[in-house]
Design a protein around this ligand. Structure first.
Ligand code: ATP
Ligand code: MG
Length: 336
């Protein structure tokens, strides 16, 4: 749905050229929720704003749904932007307009629908985001979560194919964040919208995204399926993000388990294997004893997952590992 070919972006600051994005290659698939995570200044917003050309690239090509965005003229760009909705951290609502008028805004600007139909569409959109009763309120009379719902309804008004979210939940409390993320997941599923979502919280990625790119210093340092990146982070930046949400589990670098005897392995469970009563059976059948050194069990989007660090002693260790692998468990040996 979205392709970046060798895209770079520099800003001129005090006569000097500062690179915000360097030679970016990126593919976002149709219908997925793609997360971008990175620390402040990593270039996330720049990348997002290049997709609908709110920023002009300094070089490279950006293809969206088969259209070379970099080649569009002003009129083409105006039409293209109707296919791309955007929501923001601070909602960007017009305070002097009601909820309904805020949502109607993009439709009035597009000037393609008669008034009656705009009204009807606004009713539908407010119902979709659960704000039907608030149509005539002003933004100041809404909670943060409700304001973001207005932002989402407004972004959906022109029936876009893509939704860009720049830190859309960063100003919200955890519970409201969860509700807004759930709404985004519904929209993705039911409308088939492709969503690109920026955040600095790994937890947001874990809850809703299918794939993720980790940004650092204007480049994507690691990308892949959320389950892969989350359970087997390779780059130090990714490892730090995972650690921040997971606390100091066995991922803490430098943990050498000197005081523990036996062979140390880390098991990663994904999907069905997570809840299967495997360990006991394998221990019985192979005579291997185990002690649990660290562990976590949770969910990645719709999938259960878990990770356990074990010390194995006695019995047929190799057979035990074979049996675990055969049951779909990923086995890493941390210390032979
Ligand atoms: N309009 C601009 N003029 C000059 N420099 C800019 C401009 N916009 C961004 N930058 C610089 O480009 C780099 C990337 O900025 P960007 O806003 O994309 O980061 P970000 O990852 O979105 O950060 P944050 O998490 O703080 O929003 C930063 O070094 C920033 O200072
Ligand atoms: Mg930003």
């Amino acid at each position: 749905m979205i392709e970046f070919h060798d895209v770079h972006k520099s800003y001129a600051v005090n006569g000097q050229s500062i690179a915000a994005l360097q030679s970016m290659q990126l593919k976002v698939l149709r219908g997925e929720i793609f997360g971008l995570i990175g620390h402040s200044g990593a270039g996330k917003s720049t990348l997002l704003r290049l997709i609908n050309r709110l920023e002009e690239p300094s070089g490279g090509r950006i293809i969206v749904d088969g259209v070379d965005v970099t080649a569009l003229d002003a009129q083409g760009l105006r039409r293209f932007r109707q296919r791309v909705g955007m929501i923001f951290q601070h909602f960007n609502l017009l305070s002097s307009k009601t909820v309904a008028d805020n949502v109607a805004m993009p439709l009035k600007l597009a000037g393609e629908l008669p008034r009656v139909q705009i009204k009807q569409r606004v009713v539908e959109l407010l119902a979709r985001v659960g704000l039907s009763e608030h149509a005539n309120k002003y933004p100041a009379q809404l909670s943060g979560g409700q304001k973001q719902r207005v932002g989402i309804a407004r972004a959906l008004a022109t029936d876009p194919k893509i939704l860009l979210c720049d830190e859309a939940t960063s100003a919200l409390d955890p519970q409201t964040t969860a509700q807004v993320l759930q709404l985004l997941a519904e929209i993705n599923r039911e409308l088939g919208l492709t969503i690109v979502l920026i955040t600095h919280e790994m937890d947001v990625i874990r809850r809703v995204c299918d794939r993720v790119g980790v940004m650092d210093g204007g480049v994507i340092v690691e990308h892949g399926l959320v389950s892969d990146v989350f359970l087997h982070p390779q780059h130090p930046t990714t490892q730090r993000f995972v650690q921040e949400t997971e606390g100091d589990t066995d991922l803490a670098p430098g943990e050498d388990y000197q005081h523990v005897s036996g062979r140390i392995v880390r098991l990663t469970f994904l999907g069905e294997a997570t809840y299967a009563p495997l360990l006991g059976r394998v221990a019985r059948e192979t005579g291997v004893d185990y002690s649990i050194l660290a562990g976590r069990i949770g969910r990645i989007k719709d999938q259960a997952c878990g990770q356990l660090t074990l010390a194995l002693t006695g019995g047929k260790e190799m057979l035990a590992e074979q049996q675990l692998r055969a049951a779909g468990v990923h086995v890493e040996v941390l210390r032979p």
